[in-house]
Ligand binder design. Structure first.
Ligand code: NOJ
Length: 783
């Protein structure tokens, strides 16, 4: 196992997440046959149960006072029944807490998924998290969530199991990166916050997940190896600074936005399981971030009894398992656990229910629109609202990212083509509903055809699917052109009509919960592109990609004239891509991750860490790179990616000018924040210290939207980090002003000794432009 030494281990050792401790242990020659995980204990220290939110001034005060009254009327058994799921007998809720009828509590229904209501009919399939990231559009993220949330409510869901902000995307082949938004914490956090606000506006609670360090699917859960030995889940070993500046950041935004629920993760963190890690749940989430809601376990993620309750877990799903259930009351009866621990858990759960107005008679009964099984007789509850149509299509369009385009008569947008030829397994409508979770082999993804979403619990049933081939057929009908297609040739033998004006090749890069990807490109699809490009001088490639997809095997082929990363657009996929191909919409998405040229450029972050050597029963994964993932790593290592973070082309061009800074009068620029803890942490972390403005000019011929990005070089940190973005529509020949607020938090680093965010004294470099490597405006501000 590779325990990299850290430059600041002496400082880090003062804090709880000390990689240095691990390093020392790894040098101990007596550790070669570790048979007990007690060997690892001590790295994630014990933090006593967090006090209940007292905040009489907080917006939760009334909910807590009502909850205290409610809980005071419960027996110990009734309190305990609030803390573990039971099988829903009349609905299809994946998590269910039974009612307490005499007090008007109708129970709680929890349901996936991140892209819409799962295991249901009468719902829409929205674009997935990564696609939202590629839109860089806060307002659209909010609208998407608002509409999706209305569907959750209509179906009787109390807690929607999303958004995903972990994985953040540390490992390129991570199977669930597509459920998350971006591997940049600022972008991820900003759009997650909008998602939380939008869904919760309906009174539906969001479960922001998976807390924390859930960066690979391999060994995400305990398993049995081929020698019948018990193997623990992987331990994500994360130091305190990295935790705060990278992995916790988007959770902090979600808590600040009011997320009422957090789901703890399957993996271990510093050798303590996520759902029984008291430092993280009590210490960081509840104390430091002032989280007011309750923590639920991921499904089957509980591996301890009352200790997990003391460590801050409030509810276990999908049932009590061997650990909770009636055992919590036994633990109180025999004096092992304080009664107040259970009181606090029940109070947090009921306070959340009150806080979101779910006690109201107007809130639909839990699971009312979710049949136990879709194949048995049930009432069809149509949860879709008419205004979702525009949101679905706009979201699908804006998450497409155009990264290559040959100017002139070739490439995009198509110039009234008379003959269009279509290739690739990803073009046609699936044979089966995409919610069926197939095995992760190439064949099933090929047979499954166009990919609007990845696999696993983050998938739902679309109301319909507009596939690229269907939408192109419709176009040919409307404009009287000719469409030819060969999607049957799933190898590289397809032949091209030589009179084709354009050849469109549709590919995908599939990923699913439960498996990490076997690579970030595949030979089969690359060969298909090269074969078509050899025959067609205007080959346009579209990839539905559930994560980063390398393209260097074909991208320099002179006949590949355009490339779109289409991500996971949801049910309007075909309609969206056709509108972009024909220039009715102008591409405005930008990459929420970097695309390097070769796998080797990811270094150790290409593939998940397998159990290794002396640690093989206790798999260890050291996050030794710190905050240096994605563009931070490429910048630090002088690697020029094929397409950098934040990059995306438009059918027009933009020029930047007029960078200005304004120091805001009032807020202190002392080293540390002094504010009371509100939801998300100390309140003055959100004080705006500087306002930055600039101007963007549309220098082309068509309307377009530009994502202007602001990066800051914090003294002592990575050369630049995203700290602002703004998506603006600009007409040709016109300029639009851009405004960015820089908060205390945006300009701070985590001080592991003080355990506070610390402003740095000195000069901060500030850059504004269209991508992380195209930053025409540069200046600096001083603190
Ligand atoms: C396990 C997944 O990790 C989680 O994201 C999901 O919400 C639950 N299963 C419930 O389906």
């Amino acid at each position: 196992m590779k325990f990299a030494s850290s430059t600041s281990t002496s400082v880090r050792a003062l804090t709880f997440l000390s990689l240095s401790t691990v390093s020392v242990l790894s040098q101990d020659s007596t550790t070669s046959n570790i048979t007990s995980d007690s060997y690892f204990y001590g790295q994630s220290p014990l933090v006593p149960p967090a006090a209940l939110p007292s905040g009489t001034t907080s917006s939760w005060a009334s909910a807590y006072s009502k909850a205290a009254d409610f809980v005071s009327q419960l027996s110990q058994e009734e309190k305990s029944n609030l803390t573990f799921g039971v099988r829903a007998t009349t609905s299809g809720c994946v998590g269910f807490i039974p009612p307490i009828e005499r007090l008007g509590f109708k129970g709680l229904c929890m349901q996936d998924a991140g892209n819409g209501v799962r295991l249901a009919d009468g719902v829409n399939a929205y674009d997935s998290g990564l696609h939202v990231g590629a839109t860089w559009n806060k307002n659209l993220a909010y609208q998407r969530a608002l509409h999706m949330g209305a569907e959750f409510k209509a179906k009787g869901v109390n807690i929607a199991l999303g958004p995903v902000v972990g994985p953040i995307g540390r490992i390129a082949e991570g199977g669930r990166n597509w459920e998350g938004i971006s591997n940049d914490p600022y972008l991820c956090g900003a759009l997650a916050a909008e998602t939380v606000r939008g869904i919760q506006e309906n009174g539906v609670v969001t479960s922001t997940k998976h807390f924390i360090g859930n960066e690979q699917e391999l060994n995400r859960n305990p398993s049995t190896n081929n020698q019948s030995q018990h193997v623990e889940a992987v331990s994500s070993n994360i130091d305190d600074k990295t935790l705060h500046e990278l992995y916790l950041w988007p959770f902090q935004d979600a808590v600040h936005a009011g997320s009422g629920n957090i789901m703890c993760s399957y993996n271990r963190i510093n050798n303590s399981y996520g759902c029984q890690n008291s430092k993280l749940q009590n210490g960081i989430l509840k104390d430091e971030l002032g989280f007011q809601g309750f923590v639920v376990s991921d499904w089957g993620a509980l591996h301890a009894g009352y200790a997990a309750a003391e460590a801050g877990l409030d509810m276990v799903m999908p049932n009590g398992g061997n650990f909770w259930g009636k055992n919590l009351t036994t633990a109180i009866d025999n004096g092992t656990m304080e009664a107040s621990v259970l009181d606090n858990m029940a109070t947090r759960i009921i306070a959340t229910w009150y806080q979101f107005g779910q006690d109201s008679d107007d809130y639909p009964s839990p699971g009312v629109g979710l049949p136990r099984s879709l194949t048995t007789q049930h009432v069809f509850v149509d949860a879709k609202v008419p205004s979702s149509k525009k949101v679905l299509l706009d979201s699908a369009i804006e998450g497409h990212v155009l990264v290559k385009n040959t100017n002139g008569s070739l490439g995009l947008p198509l110039q009234k083509p008379k003959l269009v030829s279509v290739f690739g397994y990803d073009a046609a409508t699936p044979n089966k509903n995409p919610s069926s979770e197939g095995p992760p082999d190439r064949l099933s993804q090929i047979l499954n055809r166009t990919m609007i979403v990845g696999g696993g619990s983050g998938v739902n049933n679309p109301a319909y699917i507009s596939s690229p081939l269907e939408a192109l057929n419709q176009r040919a009908y409307e404009d009287g052109s000719q469409l030819l297609w060969d999607i049957a040739n799933v190898n590289s033998t397809a032949q091209v009509d030589a009179a084709s004006d354009a050849c469109l090749v549709f590919l995908n890069a599939w990923a699913s919960e439960g498996y990490d990807r076997s690579g970030v490109h595949d030979d089969y699809s690359d060969a298909l592109v090269n074969n078509i490009a050899d025959q067609c001088n205007n080959t346009i490639v579209v990839i539905d990609n559930a994560g980063v997809r390398l393209v260097d095997v074909f991208i320099d082929h002179p006949n590949v004239t355009a490339l779109i990363f289409a991500h996971l657009p949801g049910q309007d996929s075909g309609r969206a891509v056709v509108s972009l191909l024909y220039g009715e919409s102008n591409p405005s998405g930008k990459l929420p991750y970097s695309v390097p040229k070769n796998e080797s450029e990811f270094g150790a972050l290409l593939s998940p860490t397998p159990p290794e050597g002396q640690y093989w029963l206790f798999p260890q994964d050291d996050f030794a790179e710190g905050v240096y993932i994605d563009y931070r790593a490429f910048d630090a290592n002088n690697i020029t990616p094929r397409y950098e973070f934040g990059f995306g082309l438009s059918y027009t061009t933009f020029d930047y000018s007029s960078l200005e800074f304004n120091k805001v009068d009032g807020p202190s620029t002392d080293k540390y924040p002094v504010g009371e803890v509100i939801e998300g942490g100390q309140g003055d972390l959100w004080d705006v210290l500087f306002q930055v403005s600039a101007s963007v000019f549309n220098s082309g011929n068509v309307d377009g939207a530009e994502v202007a990005q602001l990066y800051v070089g914090i003294p002592g940190g990575p050369v630049r980090q995203l700290r602002g973005f703004s998506k603006v529509d600009v007409e040709p020949g016109k300029s639009v002003n851009l405004n960015f607020d820089l908060t205390r938090r945006d300009l701070s680093i985590w001080d592991v000794v003080a355990q506070k965010w610390q402003l740095q004294k000195g000069d901060y470099k500030v850059y504004v432009g269209g991508s992380s490597r195209n930053l025409p405006l540069e200046g600096s501000l001083t603190i």
